[in-house]
Design a binder for this molecule. Structure first.
Ligand SMILES: Nc1ncnc2c1ncn2[C@@H]1O[C@H](COP(=O)(O)OP(=O)(O)OP(=O)(O)O)[C@@H](O)[C@H]1O
Length: 307
């Protein structure tokens, strides 16, 4: 079950002088709901367009369901995608859109259409034109069209955008159901970590075109605790001082940052011990441990590296 569904290796993409993706590598494994997180303009859609061949890959390598991009044979047939806007024909009804999709994919079982309508909760709207659906209903129709051919892999670009709170809860349920009951592997993007957290088991964080972190949900849970985040010049030396002096847990985050999760010592005392140990302390910040705080601190650290 841990076969790789998607492997992206050293992918970069430029639009003129603008570097939209910079050396991105990530792996989606069979059974994952992989959450791709990034603020507006981070490069999520660009990456999804490259994966599905909507945009031409010049730098790097993408392997989708065992086939290399540029040479897809079965891979796209086994992949459903909603990128940017769900692709229904506005003047056709829900049912007509599904029938057309069934014809395009050579699906002949009529039950499947009724099943998928029921699954996305659009049975009552089957005779409504797509252009007369609400935003949330259009998202559901998009999901119905993407899942009708029973794809092994589903790519959803910001599917939760514009949904009301109930719509979000129901959409999440559908995504989990697809994953758990139909064993569909899913790549889903959002700019809100707390939304992805509810559904995803693994996360990739894109920031300004770079993948700055890949974490599993349990790693995220472990990292997402409150603590004192300390910025230093020499993290290894700081680690030795803390090992020696502090009764508590700390974790080295990267070459300049570490976080102390539990300690009986005050920030001032820790600062003093580090300075006495020859470490230059640039900043000590109390982190509160929310998902957004985790994301903000990760992005802030990345921005400090690339000033
Ligand atoms: N065809 C294009 N020509 C020029 N620049 C582009 C093109 N497509 C995307 N970009 C730029 O690449 C960057 C990444 O865009 P992308 O749509 O991938 O971001 P995103 O992470 O999906 O953002 P959002 O959450 O706003 O949808 C943006 O700065 C965007 O302006």
């Amino acid at each position: 079950m841990s076969e790789d569904v998607l492997t992206i290796t050293n992918v970069s993409k430029r639009f003129g002088n603008f570097q939209a993706l910079d050396d991105v590598s990530l792996t989606v494994k069979s059974g994952d709901i992989y959450g791709l997180l990034g603020e507006n303009g981070a490069g999520k859609t660009t990456l999804m367009r490259l994966i599905t061949g909507l945009s031409f890959l010049k730098q790097g390598k993408i392997v989708l369901l065992g086939e290399q991009s540029g040479h897809y044979q079965q891979a796209l047939r086994r992949t459903g995608a909603i990128i940017e806007n769900p692709t229904a024909f506005p003047e056709l009804t829900v049912n007509q859109n599904l029938k057309l999709c069934a014809i395009q994919h050579g699906i002949s079982e009529p039950n499947l259409l009724a099943d998928v309508l029921d699954f996305v909760g659009l049975t009552a709207k089957q005779s409504t034109k797509a252009s007369h659906l609400s935003l949330g209903q259009r998202q559901r129709l998009g999901l119905a069209l993407a899942t009708l051919p029973r794809p092994d892999f589903l790519i959803l670009d910001e599917p939760i955008n514009g949904l009301d709170p109930n719509g979000i809860i129901e959409f999440r349920k559908l995504i989990k159901q697809l994953n758990e009951e139909r064993h569909t592997t899913i790549l889903i993007s959002s700019h809100i970590l707390s939304e992805l957290y509810q559904v995803s088991n693994r996360f990739g964080i894109l920031h300004r075109g770079r993948l700055i972190k890949q974490v599993t949900k349990s790693e995220l849970d472990a990292a997402n605790q409150s603590g004192l985040e300390i910025t230093v010049d020499q993290v290894a030396v700081a680690g030795q001082v803390l090992d020696h002096e502090v009764a508590g847990d700390f974790e080295i985050l990267d070459e300049h940052h570490l976080i102390i999760r539990h300690s009986s010592l005050s920030a001032a005392k820790i600062n003093q011990l580090l300075v006495q140990g020859g470490v230059s302390v640039n900043q000590i910040v109390q982190r509160e441990g929310s998902l957004e705080e985790y994301y903000t601190s990760l992005v802030a650290r990345e921005d400090q590296h690339h000033v």
